[in-house]
Design a protein around this ligand. Structure first.
Ligand code: GRG
Length: 296
């Protein structure tokens, strides 16, 4: 992230998320000790926590504070995101050895443990929504949003298309489909979950969802750019992999200059979606810019 004070704000939110994750995992008395080790290893690795922070900020924006439901929802989306990274790093997928500055789960443990740790995080996310959210209708809405974003018409659809597109000549249309499904829908989901926990009005909910989708797409474009320019040691994951694998990315399809322009355009559109909230949404505006200017 670029801006110092903004980084402090994100750091505070990350701390809240980390505490909730630690508490929820510690409360799981029935988990096998080895599995718990793998879950703790991947969950406590230094992820940026951008999706979970977004849940907390959106709840704060519409209700004045990031309440307990938002903290649970933030932990749930972080679990699903972490599962997706564990599975994405497996040899059958992106086959990576390095994530969040550490050996990937299948390298630190073994492949079977990594598959099961991913499965465990995915299911645990829904368990905590079902058991910890204080109101059944809120829980059902949160479960629905998360399942849709991560499921076969969301993140999985994006991953399937991404793998299929490797070493083909991608089009802008295909690229938008992949990035929207693989990445942007999870950001939209984070905004939606925060809005639901804060009891947002329909109009507020819609604006926050639009904001989430735009910054999510912008985030993936900056991820594509960082893969070209970034250093593995700084990114905490292997840089330069997209080109090697023949991935369909924004720089490979539209070029670097246009990719940067598009990222800026999306950040502008995301900020415009926050208009009804006025200055109260300044943190989210800063977030849109910071995601674009990030260096990891
Ligand atoms: C569905 C079987 C199955 C696997 C999931 C969709 C998917 C496969 C993986 C997605 C992994 C991926 C590379 C998504 C692109 C989005 C992205 C840039 C992820 C990295 O997110 P960051 O930068 O990571 O927020 P940290 O480590 O900071 O949390």
């Amino acid at each position: 992230m670029s801006n110092g004070s903004f980084r402090t704000q994100l750091g505070r939110k990350a701390k809240t998320v980390n505490n909730t994750l630690r508490r929820l995992l510690a409360a799981q008395a029935m988990i096998n000790t080895d599995m718990k080790k793998a879950l703790r290893y991947t969950l406590e690795a230094p992820g940026k926590r951008v999706r979970s922070a977004l849940v907390l900020w959106c709840c704060e924006l519409v209700s004045g504070k990031a309440n307990r439901n938002a903290q649970i929802a933030a932990a749930a989306i972080e679990m699903v995101h972490t599962y997706s990274l564990i599975h994405d790093d497996l040899p059958a997928m992106d086959n990576d050895d390095f994530r969040r500055g550490l050996p990937t789960c299948h390298k630190a443990f073994d492949e079977a443990t990594a598959i099961l740790a991913g499965d465990a995080l995915l299911t645990l996310a829904f368990e905590i929504l079902a058991s910890e959210i204080d109101n059944p209708s809120t829980a059902v809405r949160l479960v629905g949003e998360l399942a849709q974003a991560a499921g076969p018409a969301g993140m999985i659809a994006g991953q399937v298309a991404d793998l299929k597109a490797e070493k083909t000549k991608g089009t802008k249309k295909l690229l938008e489909y992949i990035h929207t499904n693989k990445t942007a829908k999870m950001f939209r989901c984070a905004a939606a979950m925060g809005a639901i926990c804060g009891r947002a009005k329909k109009n507020q909910f819609d604006h926050l969802c639009e904001y989430g989708l735009k910054i999510g797409l912008g985030f993936q474009i900056s991820d594509d750019i960082l893969d070209v320019y970034g250093a593995s040691s700084h990114l905490g994951k292997t840089a330069g992999k997209d080109a090697k694998a023949g991935k369909t990315t924004y720089p490979s399809v539209v070029g670097m200059k246009k990719s940067k322009k598009l990222g800026e355009k999306l950040a502008g559109e995301a900020a415009a979606a926050l208009k009804p909230f006025g200055r109260k949404a300044d943190t989210l505006r800063q977030f849109a810019t910071a995601l674009l200017e990030r260096t990891k």
